[in-house]
Write a protein that binds this ligand. Sequence first.
Ligand SMILES: [Zn+2]
Ligand SMILES: [Zn+2]
Length: 375
Amino acid sequence: MLDLTRFRRDLHAHPETGFDLERTPHLIAERLEHAGLEVTRGVGQSGLVATLRRGPDETAIGFRADMDALPIEEANSFAHRSTVAGKFHGCGHDGHSTMLMGAALRLSADPALKRTVHFVFQPDEENGNGAAAMISDGLFDRFPMSAIYGLHNLPGMKLGHFATQPGPFCAFEDNFEIRIKGKGGHASEPDKGIDPIVVGSAIVTQLQSIVSRTMPASEHAVVSVTEFVTDGARNVLPSNVTLRGDCRGFSAAVSNMIERRMRAIVDGTCVAYGARAQVDYSTSFQPLMNDEWATGVVANAAREVGSVNDGFGRVGFSEDFAEFLSHRPGAFVLMGNGTDGSASMPLHNPEYDFNDKAIEHGVSFWVNLAHQPGP
Ligand SMILES: [Zn+2]
Ligand SMILES: [Zn+2]
């Protein structure tokens, strides 16, 4: 049996980002092909699907892992630290890929498996484009599946513990850019211009009312302005201000409401000050909706490995796996990465590392999931 810890550390030492994955899918494909799986490369550019065919299409299911790293410089100094400047597996996708590959290898030698499983290895999870790329490349037509499942590690949660919940689980992420055009000039003569800083400040203040004054108390949402950029200087009033930011929530209705209110606030404020503005608003990640039945299946598979909280509550981060769940039912589960050292550092922190002690939990979870009864 392949040493999965060594494999995981090798991926960690050689991170690849976005769609620019070559070595990672190659190593996975090579091993799964060797074990007799049908391997399809280049699904959604650098994605990979490995199929273990053991039953009719109607009962086939999909398991997803993400392969991409982050554009961050690693701060760890252990032997398997990143060998690529400015790239780092800071979200544990090295562990996710390793565990799913390990499960595929184990299931390929399991005569008791009675259903077809598609192992989906996606690129570009971090930017939220990989799932859509695989789907538009025919993922669900070429590899029919009745349900799809995903897993992510969670630092600070104890090893062997799993968490999920039916319904809305992970937030959507929307991004916006508001470009305000005023009329710049001499700092001593504001009366001769239209100061976009004053306009932008009014907009930032008004945006705070979206959540506090238009959102029902039963909803959760966040509207954050994260950048306020001007082309002014010490004694120059700027002509342009660009505001950028990030919104979170758990339903398409909330996303639409935020966008509608934002456009109204920007339009109204600009009229009041005589400025002009353009708003670009886009959804980077959909809200993640766990199917109720599939959540129960996931909880059962996890319970055979350790403990499960199947009413964990909503989490504020976003996941590209939501895109798959908008096409097929399924569920997403979080798995404890441990409470010590680099395994307990937050995801995307330069000192984070996936915990190799969790590999066996993840592999067993996937194997158990493949054996769960179901349609
Ligand atoms: Zn991640
Ligand atoms: Zn991440």
